[in-house]
Write a protein that binds this ligand. Structure first.
Ligand code: 5AD
Ligand code: SF4
Length: 451
């Protein structure tokens, strides 16, 4: 067993919820080897970066961050010869040996398939001073089997699949996360039960495409069964991310009316409203299929709040293609839309497609979409005005420590002043009722009714 007793460490996390989950495991694992988590790099003898490479901006930011800590001295009293700098996650997986070649102060590189090896690689790097780079193509273990230190004790990520088989032409994920592998229904149910016993109120099932869960294990997707199993744990709130429209079944949609603890919100990335672009993206559905899914969801429960991801400026996107996206976003009325400008990723099919739309044109489209999204969100949020909503309290507002912040069942951020005489600690992690007084574009503000 590596001995990291009393070594201090900090973890920087970039990117998606799977990385946030992996970071919770890294913290849990390093603590189980005796290390102590600290908040700042100045206090840390070990700095761990859990990285993302989905868009170029993420790469650039990471390189800058790693470079910026190079000359920060070790904390007083450390016996190490230098701070141990560790890079894991998707950039680690993609770049491997290139990282210490580019950034000489990097000591350990690990990937998406072997986070359990970090303590061993760290021990070796501390002992002989050489770079330790270890990347595995695939693995049969799941990081969810490692000890965990949850960011919030009351909310947990529960990965049901890792990897992706879809190969959307713009996306690097299948290359850095590997092929899709599912955990068994028994494992998932057992983890959900253990989380509930540990006081967890909200479980979010994770996967690049949760809807194809189980295909590798059972020969057919069993996502509905995974949802039922987690719901049966009795946890107060169940959520999931991310769904692929080509695999979302009527059975899963029906669960919005069947499972009382399945929260009324759905993140269903559409990426584009143009059939031509959807085909070039290899998404394997068209806009009509997507609209049909939304109709079905709204038939089952008209109150489900919807969110999506959109890529603007995919190679060859014309004004007409963009207009189709704009119209679809306007028509559906999302509560939240994550908008991205297309970023070519080396090694993906789209990176070698002709991409000659001027930057300014793409920016203009992007800005128009962002304006629409904001307007839509305000309209959607207005439907909550005057309503009482349940809010899982996550903490205090950054601007005012007497204002609580949390998420409603519909996954909308809610702010409310703490009632006189109530301390934050008394309500953090609890589900409280808030009467919504006003809807803003990005949050609801209201009055807390009881704790
Ligand atoms: N460029 C821009 N956005 C991308 N996404 C994935 N790959 C790229 C890329 N190369 C977006 C998609 C996906 C979200 C997580 O990131 O919209 O749903
Ligand atoms: Fe990327 Fe498509 Fe897989 Fe999502 S479904 S991770 S966008 S390849």
């Amino acid at each position: 067993m590596p001995n990291l007793a009393h070594k201090t460490f900090c973890v920087y996390t970039y990117g998606c919820q799977m990385n946030e989950h992996d970071s919770e495991r890294i913290v849990g694992m390093l603590e189980s080897h005796g290390a102590i988590r600290v908040d700042t790099v100045e206090e840390a003898e070990i700095a761990v970066f859990v990285t993302c490479c989905i868009r170029e901006a993420a790469d650039v930011r990471l390189m800058g961050q790693v470079a910026s800590i190079k000359n920060i001295p070790l904390p007083k009293g450390s016996v190490l010869r230098k701070r141990m700098v560790c890079i894991g996650g998707c950039i680690g997986q993609r770049d491997g040996d290139e990282l210490p070649a580019k950034l000489a102060h990097v000591d350990v590189v690990f990937g998406t398939q072997n986070i359990e090896r970090l303590p061993y690689l760290l021990e070796a790097a501390m002992a002989d001073g050489g770079h330790q780079v270890e990347i595995l193509e695939t693995s049969d273990s799941f990081s969810s089997e490692l000890p965990s230190k949850r960011e919030h004790p009351w909310a947990a990520w529960l990965p049901i699949t890792v990897g992706c088989n879809n190969f959307c032409t713009y996306c690097i994920v299948p290359y850095v996360r590997g092929r899709e592998r599912s955990r068994t229904l028994e494992d998932i149910a057992a983890e959900a039960r253990a989380l509930v016993e540990d006081g967890v109120k909200e479980i979010t099932l994770l996967g690049q495409n949760v809807n194809s869960y189980g295909r590798d294990l059972y020969g057919e997707p069993r996502f509905a069964d995974a949802l039922r199993a987690v719901s049966a744990s009795g946890v107060e709130r169940v959520r999931f991310a991310t769904s692929h429209p080509k695999d979302l079944t009527d059975e899963v949609i029906g669960l919005y009316a069947e499972l009382p603890n399945l929260m009324p919100s759905l993140h269903l990335p559409v990426q584009s409203g143009s059939d031509r672009i959807l085909k070039a993206m290899n998404r394997r559905y068209d806009a009509a299929h997507y609209r049909g899914l939304i109709d079905k969801v709204r038939t089952v429960n008209p109150d489900v709040s919807l969110s999506t991801d959109i890529i603007v400026g995919f190679p060859g996107e014309t004004e007409e293609d963009f207009q189709a996206t704009y119209d679809l976003v306007k028509e559906i009325g999302y509560t939240q839309v994550f908008t991205f400008i297309y970023s070519p990723r080396e090694g993906t099919p789209a990176a070698s497609m002709v991409d000659d739309t001027p930057r300014e044109v793409i920016q203009t489209r992007f800005d128009a979409l962002v304006d629409l999204v904001q307007e839509n969100a305000r309209v959607q949020n207005r439907r909550f005005e005057g309503r009482d909503v349940d809010v899982l309290v996550e903490g205090a507002s950054k601007r005012d420590d007497r204002v609580i912040v949390g998420h409603s069942a519909h996954n909308v951020t809610v702010h409310a002043p703490l009632p006189e005489g109530v301390a934050l600690d008394e309500v953090a992690g609890a589900i409280v009722t808030v009467r919504v007084d006003a809807a803003k574009a990005w949050y609801l503000s209201g009055t807390m009714l009881h704790g």
